[in-house]
Design a protein around this ligand. Structure first.
Ligand code: CA
Ligand code: CA
Length: 582
């Protein structure tokens, strides 16, 4: 057994000579199936075998050297796609082996598993703690006309392992969950109620979660003249505490109201650092698209709510038209904040959804015009980007235009996706077929690249990026240098983070099932971030020798922190993989 060999080697102080990395969730019978052989020395072509549970060799293949990647001195892609029969298999290269699965239901329930983490992140009533957290939100800051005003905005989700909350990420999370349900309803079950407690309530759990987000977004945009953007700031980081304790102090006492930031169209930041906000449209567009899609989906389920969010969608869109530009995250004491620099993508998606909702042709004209201004999400093909500079990580607007437009507009937006995919694929000439930049939250980029590739494939039938799409998905579930699934608890018997950067996990010893981690970053980024140190010896040290690093350590907030928006972003792809439309 290779696992025993590896354990022995590590105990004895040796690094393994080679490892096989694979998708631990399993391979779909009709999908490309590749495991990656990562060797710590140079190697020429190699042969590999796949055998079934009876020990019979069912496939033999050869793989060419693809060269170094990260800690791997050499890599080989072990392609066993010809095997389509579901079952358990063993893949071997010499003395190195791995157990793999082929399953038609490899992704069954996976999208619902992500929702465990969303529920755990809830502000307002929190089903993990069975109490209301952050009850006193919030008081307006950084706005001369309303400074000090209390606005009831309890609800929503904590963004990560701190408790800051953003419309930017929360609206996108809500949108993606609604879109996942609209397109792949069969992937979702009903095992929890609207508060997130065990027990079905006749509503798919993904809609329970989306509705929790919508309720908060409605509070954050209470009238046409009040558009809020952010709740809390990094003064939250003063204490490392669980949410029911409400430890943060924003000047009104510990556990009291949190700071509420409106969009103002001007740079914000109460202390040393200021953002570059110059408009409303990035946030207004996200409100508008999410409310418009919700209005369509709730038309029959809840007509009064559908009418209410329809009005808000139209109002938010009008604000975005009137005040183009971005409404960025507000920095606190530290220089880190969400530096979103694009807004035409958000207005494009909003216009596309408003067209779907109203059939008013002016919205389709707007959507196409916005699409032409940013055909490719700008991180695609780049080496780096600022923190959340190009957000959302992929532009669902192109797909939403395609759903509702006619030729030639459908071809135009498909070509936009194609350009972005090609830009990433051109950087992916390595053994893992990975072309994203390893900036902070790289798993978000990985999930979005795979989702865009999937959407493009569905739109066009063009399979030229299929292997890249699969490689990105496989990466998230273990086909990476560390052999770690980037989603905690998926699969339940897989190798995943046991020590994430989370006070809840750390103090309560709770497994944050369903949480997508930030993911690996360039070692140069890791070395330059403030306040990072590992608390324990690095069990992955022998795989952290290259240009990217990942640490399963509570001290590493750059690679091992769960992210709410990334988790929600992945619901679409996992739902698509589960419902047979792959
Ligand atoms: Ca439910
Ligand atoms: Ca944007």
């Amino acid at each position: 057994m290779i696992s025993a060999v590896l354990v022995f080697a590590q105990l004895a102080g040796f690094s393994p000579s080679a490892v096989i990395r694979f998708n631990q969730l399993g391979y779909l019978p009709d999908a490309p199936k590749v495991a990656v052989y990562c060797d710590f020395k140079r190697l020429d072509d190699l042969h590999f075998r796949v055998s079934d549970t009876a020990g019979r060799v069912v496939f033999e293949g050869s793989a060419a050297s693809v060269g170094a990647f990260g800690p791997c001195i050499d890599t080989h892609r072990l392609d066993f796609s010809p095997i389509t029969k579901p079952g358990d298999y063993r893949i071997t290269v010499g003395a190195t082996e791995a157990q793999i699965r082929i399953r038609p239901d490899a992704y069954a329930g996976a999208a619902d598993t992500l929702l465990y983490y969303m529920r755990e992140q809830r502000s307002g009533y929190n089903p993990l703690f069975k109490t209301v957290v952050h009850l006193h939100d919030g008081i307006v800051v950084d706005d001369s006309s309303r400074f000090g005003k209390f606005v009831p905005v309890t609800g929503g989700w904590a963004d990560a392992s701190d408790y800051l909350q953003y419309v930017m990420t929360s609206a996108n999370a809500t949108f993606v969950m609604l879109m996942a349900y609209r397109d792949h309803p069969r992937a979702f079950g009903d095992h929890f109620d609207s508060r997130g407690l065990t027990g079905s309530n006749g509503v798919p759990d993904v809609l329970d979660e989306a509705r929790h987000g919508l309720a908060w977004l409605v509070r954050m945009f209470p009238s046409d003249s009040e558009m809020y953007n952010q709740l809390g700031d990094d003064r939250d980081h003063t204490y490392w505490d669980i949410p029911p304790n409400d430890s943060a102090d924003y000047g009104w006492g510990k556990g009291k109201e949190r700071a509420l930031y409106p969009c103002t169209g001007k740079p914000q930041g109460l202390f040393k650092y200021k953002n570059r906000s110059d408009g409303f449209a990035s946030t207004a567009g996200k409100y508008a698209s999410t409310f418009a899609l919700a209005s369509s989906l709730y038309a029959k389920r809840d007509p009064a709510f559908a009418a209410k969010v329809r009005r808000k969608a139209l109002a938010a869109y009008a604000i975005g038209r009137k005040f183009p530009g971005v409404c960025q995250g507000a920095p606190g004491r530290a220089p880190y904040y969400y530096e979103e620099d694009n807004w035409v993508d958000d207005m494009e998606l909003a216009a596309a959804e408003l067209y779907a909702l109203t059939r008013d042709r002016k919205y389709m004209a707007d959507a196409l015009e916005y699409a032409s201004r940013e055909p490719v999400t700008p991180w695609m093909g780049a080496d780096t980007a600022k923190h959340y500079q190009w957000y959302p990580w992929h532009n669902n607007g192109h797909y939403e235009i395609w759903r509702n437009a006619t030729v030639p507009s459908t071809n135009v937006v498909a070509q936009h996706y194609l350009r972005g995919l090609r830009a990433v694929a051109n950087r992916a000439r390595n053994g893992f077929k990975i072309g994203i930049p390893f900036i902070w939250c790289s798993n978000n980029l990985m999930a979005s690249f795979a989702t865009q590739a999937y959407l493009y494939r569905r739109m066009t039938g063009d399979n030229q990026f299929r292997e890249y799409e699969q490689a990105a998905l496989d990466w998230l579930f273990g086909t990476n240098p560390w052999g770690v699934s980037m989603v905690i608890g998926l699969p339940h018997d897989g190798v995943f983070a046991r020590d994430p950067h989370s006070v809840v996990a750390n103090q309560l010893h709770v497994q944050l099932t369903g949480a997508l981690l930030d993911g690996p970053v360039y070692s140069s980024i890791y070395k330059n971030l403030l306040g990072i140190s590992l608390h324990d010896p690095d069990e992955y040290a022998s795989f952290n020798t290259g240009f990217i690093v990942y640490h399963d350590d509570v001290g590493d907030y750059s690679t091992n922190e769960p992210i709410m928006d990334g988790t929600a972003n992945l619901t679409y792809l996992l739902a698509a993989m589960a419902d047979g439309q792959h």
